[in-house]
Write a new protein. Structure first.
Length: 188
């Protein structure tokens, strides 16, 4: 809980510092405007200059925020989610090779990378993987497994139900949040 509070406070502090940097010319123009009123120097156009400076800074801040969100944040999250999908694909391949050799699936984790085992399961840094063997009750009682993976900086949980298809977490947001919280909580 304290770690989360400190993390949020740190992020808020960084954004506050960025706002001060972006709006520094506006702060300076407002300061000159206020001092102009205190000293009783009436300069025509001082208010217009202050408002114009604010509007220019607001437009620049909008474009910087748009650039950061669209071109850095979203692509980084998508890359992290793609790493989680690749981790599940590697885990599925490892489970199939192990099943072909031993006739059963084996449990993994949840483990946080970097991790590798003697059966060929490889988890890269900042990824969390869990493989749970079980029985397919609808498909005739055969052995199967479920594999879950997520990147700690990603958004989606990648999963495979043993059929080899890797998808993102269920559409139900509560189920997805529960799976994400379970994986993050069990690997601290």
């Amino acid at each position: 809980m304290i770690v989360e509070i400190v993390g949020v406070a740190l992020i808020v502090l960084v954004y506050l510092c960025l706002l001060v940097l972006l709006f520094a010319p506006t702060l300076y123009a407002v300061w000159i405007y206020i001092i102009g009123w205190k000293v009783k120097i009436r300069r025509p156009g001082l208010l217009r200059t202050t408002v114009t400076t604010f509007l220019i800074n607001a437009v620049i801040a909008y474009f910087v925020a748009h650039l950061a969100y669209d071109y850095f944040l979203e692509t980084q999250v998508a890359e992290k989610d793609a790493l989680a999908i690749k981790t599940v694909e590697k885990a599925v391949d490892s489970q199939r090779r192990f099943f072909a050799a031993h006739g059963r699936y084996y449990a993994v984790g949840p483990v946080r990378g970097p991790y590798s085992d003697e059966n060929g399961t490889i988890v890269d840094k900042d990824l969390i993987l869990q493989v749970v063997p079980g029985w397919d009750r609808t498909g005739g009682g055969r052995e199967t497994f479920e594999a879950y993976a997520l990147h700690i900086w990603g958004k989606n949980v990648a999963l495979s139900k043993g059929d080899g298809k890797v998808t993102n977490a269920p559409a139900d947001p509560e189920e997805s949040a529960r799976m994400r919280a379970k994986l993050l909580k069990n690997t601290k």
